[in-house]
Design a protein around this ligand. Structure first.
Ligand SMILES: [Zn+2]
Length: 95
């Protein structure tokens, strides 16, 4: 059977998809990440001190869950902690 067509996704050497960098995240006005484990635990981290060129997926293998001891959490941008004032200021600047 022919394989279904797949969109090309850049990945790390171990097959995990490349995520955005902290620099790109800051450009979006986001200031934190959420680290999720398979067991359901999640931790919120500030992203201010991460270098611009580091990807969220770069730091995933470094996390060891304090609940279940598993390595390899999932890191996602924390949209709730995004700086909404940026958006408001942007709106004011257009007037
Ligand atoms: Zn866990």
């Amino acid at each position: 059977m022919p394989r279904p067509p797949r969109r090309y996704t850049p990945t790390h050497a171990d097959g995990r998809p490349l995520k955005i960098t902290f620099g790109e995240m800051r450009e979006m006005g986001l200031r934190g990440v959420l680290v999720y484990c398979h067991c359901g635990r999640q931790v919120a981290l500030g992203a201010d001190r991460r270098p611009d060129e580091v990807r969220l997926s770069d730091i995933e293998p470094r996390f060891v869950c304090q609940g279940c001891g598993n390595r390899g959490a999932e890191v996602r941008p924390d949209f709730k902690r995004g700086d909404l004032r940026l958006a408001i200021r942007g709106y004011r600047n257009t007037r």
